[in-house]
Design a protein around this ligand. Structure first.
Ligand SMILES: Nc1ncnc2c1ncn2[C@@H]1O[C@H](COP(=O)(O)OP(=O)(O)OP(=O)(O)O)[C@@H](O)[C@H]1O
Length: 288
């Protein structure tokens, strides 16, 4: 399967925080959701994918090309969607189009007007008067008008109302129909991902925990509940993290098969949501 984004051993050190040795492939033709807690390193990773930030070491390739020799070509093929402070605030969409369009070989005016119409975006109103959702749509309209093959979004649904969020997700789904487009986006709203993501990349404390299809996540991860007497040094190895309470334990496993082999029918196995998975990896305190 072709990878549109490929990070190999990418590391970036800040004072007090590092994104460490990230190996990440984003598969062509699919939607990958990028999840992780606040400060896990999502934006930092996205900035490195966008070449807005240089890694201290490692390799970043988009469409098999690297930024040193192919920056312009790569940027032509990406639509970067973000919400605020994107455009010159005092300008309207028509002015912005005039500035942005010549920068793209494949700019399509007809498409631009089609999307501004579909998104009900006023062309002559200053961007600073746009709501957060309108700014997001404006950014998306521009990305789509230059036929971006890869759409990268940093928390596109944050701060959007539920209806607008759903509209945006429906639109993203529509965009995927032709099979040539790839979407990579970070989000805190994991329920959005159940609707549209094919793959989930999960980052924690600057390290990539996994990048798996949503199906594989469901097949591998589960919540397990049982009596405390079942836990010992060996059986505990089946779990990512365990919450203990006088009434029993609840734990996350990344290997359902192993749990079934070890515990048989003596435990209850339940579906783990993405939120459960993030929570248990963080090792938060929880009362069963
Ligand atoms: N330019 C910078 N200089 C120093 N530290 C930085 C810089 N940019 C980010 N960081 C730190 O890196 C860590 C990860 O930040 P990042 O924005 O990548 O996280 P995130 O996963 O996108 O978080 P959130 O979900 O809260 O947006 C944070 O601790 C942040 O303070």
């Amino acid at each position: 399967m072709e990878n549109v984004v490929e990070l190999k051993s990418v590391t970036k050190n800040f004072k007090g925080f590092s994104v460490e040795n990230i190996d990440l492939q984003v598969k062509k033709g699919f939607v990958t959701g990028f999840i992780g807690a606040n400060g896990a390193g999502k934006s930092t990773t996205i900035k490195m994918i966008m070449n807005l930030l240089r890694p201290d070491s490692g390799e970043v390739k988009l469409f098999g090309l690297d930024y040193t020799a192919h920056e312009k070509e790569i940027k032509e093929r990406i639509g970067f969607v973000y919400d605020s402070n994107v455009f010159f605030e005092g300008m309207n969409l028509k002015d912005i189009k005039r500035i942005v369009a010549p920068a793209y070989k494949h700019w399509d005016d007809t498409l631009f007007y089609q999307y501004t119409d579909q998104f009900k975006l006023p062309l002559y109103k200053k961007i600073k008067t746009f709501s957060k959702g309108m700014q997001m749509k404006a950014s998306l309209a521009i990305a789509l008008s230059h036929h971006a093959e890869l759409i990268i979004m940093d928390e596109p649904t944050a701060g959007l109302d539920p209806i607008f969020r759903r509209e945006l997700l429906d639109l993203l789904q529509e965009l995927m129909i032709d099979g040539n487009r790839t979407i990579f986006f970070s989000t805190h709203i994991t329920t959005d991902l159940d609707r549209i993501a094919d793959y989930i990349a999960f980052i924690q404390n600057g390290e990539l925990v996994f990048n798996q299809s949503l199906n594989d996540v469901a097949e591998n991860y589960a919540l397990v509940k049982g009596g405390m007497e079942l836990l010992d040094r060996d059986t505990e190895k089946s779990f990512v993290h365990i919450h203990r309470a006088p009434t029993g334990f609840e734990a996350l496993t990344g290997n359902i098969k192993a749990v079934k082999n070890t515990f048989g029918d003596s435990v209850v196995i339940e579906k783990a949501s993405l939120e459960d998975i993030m929570y248990y990896f963080k090792g938060g305190i929880h009362h069963v």
